[in-house]
Design a protein around this ligand. Structure first.
Ligand code: NCD
Length: 310
């Protein structure tokens, strides 16, 4: 039985196959609409979510399966003090696969060690978010036709942004990747990614505090929200929250084919005027999230190679 806890749990070849399957599903949705008949997905969300939870649920429903779960810790027995290991043992009796979001780093991994069903990490604290990364990879590959030979700018909260951590880990496995890390000093990439991934693998990167300094050379600009819920005090959050606001004026300095991605939710970091720029890809990115989660569910349930009934 396989889980997806860390973005590197799948090899590059497996990721390629998964993205291929997501593309195939996008083109032939009807063909896959009964692949998961009789199967159930549980979504255990101990932290707020719109896209991740709903796209997981939409993915399972699109495959003909069923969904159950909870959307906040308050409405689960966690509020009574139940441990994640007990919860997952019980959920294993009710569902065939589950997606867990939790504020504690490592909680989905602990769950996977006690689980009788595949566990998917749907975001653990400020740590990792591997299914957002699959979404990002599918978006980049669809827009650029490749996952190598790209200059990727990551802008905003690189310290607490789990989507950034997972995306860097994943993209570092492709040839010709260069990163521009754009953040205020306080929100720089943590050492466990900067040193243990970028430095160790010899991936070229630069750290800057001004977006304008690198804008013209980026193929992808990945904007992120300053993560209010991970700050220890409100004053720091207020000081840093609007440090980057992408506007049409700033977009004028970018390459004509640069793509703007954002895992969403957006707060202020992208002005709404940018939404009508053809380079704004963040809503399309959210759409790709459904196809890639359909492919992931099929893969973890060992249904991916099975010829679906038409
Ligand atoms: C992200 C998350 O939850 O980490 N959102 C998402 O899953 N699409 C980013 C964020 O909350 O800022």
């Amino acid at each position: 039985m396989r889980h997806l806890i860390d973005p590197l749990d799948f090899s590059v070849e497996e990721i390629d196959a998964l993205l291929d399957l997501a593309g195939e599903i996008e083109r032939n949705r009807e063909k896959y609409s009964h692949l998961c008949d009789g199967r159930t997905l549980a979504t255990l969300f101990y932290e707020p979510s719109t896209r991740t939870r709903l796209s997981f649920e939409a993915a399972m429903l699109n495959l003909g399966g069923r969904v159950l779960g909870f959307a906040s810790a308050d409405s689960s027995s966690a509020a009574k003090g139940e441990s994640i290991s007990d919860t997952i043992r019980v959920v294993s009796c009710y569902a065939d696969i589950c997606a867990i979001r939790h504020p504690k780093e490592g909680a989905p991994k602990v769950a996977s060690q006690f689980s009788g069903i595949p566990v998917i990490n749907a975001g653990d604290g400020g740590h990792q978010h591997p299914t957002q990364t699959l979404t990002d990879l599918l978006t980049i590959r669809s827009l650029k036709g490749r996952l190598g030979d790209l200059t990727i700018g990551l802008c905003g909260d690189l310290k607490f942004g789990r989507t950034v951590h997972s995306l860097i880990k994943s993209l570092s496995r492709y040839q010709g990747i260069r990163f521009a890390l754009i953040s205020p000093d306080e929100l720089r990439l943590p050492d466990y990614i900067r040193k243990e991934v970028l430095d160790r693998e010899g991936i070229p990167y630069e750290e800057v505090s001004d977006l304008e300094d690198v804008m013209g050379k980026l193929d992808i600009l990945y904007m992120t929200r300053v993560q209010r819920e991970r700050f220890f005090n409100e004053e720091d959050y207020v000081r840093l929250k609007d440090c980057y606001i992408l506007t049409s004026k700033k977009m004028a300095a970018a390459k004509p084919d640069m793509a703007v991605l954002h895992p969403l939710p957006r707060v202020n970091e992208i002005a709404t005027e940018v939404d009508s720029d053809p380079r704004a890809a963040y809503f399309k990115q959210a759409q790709y999230g459904v196809y890639v989660r359909m492919a992931l569910i099929a893969t973890l349930l060992n249904l991916a190679g099975r010829e679906p009934e038409c």
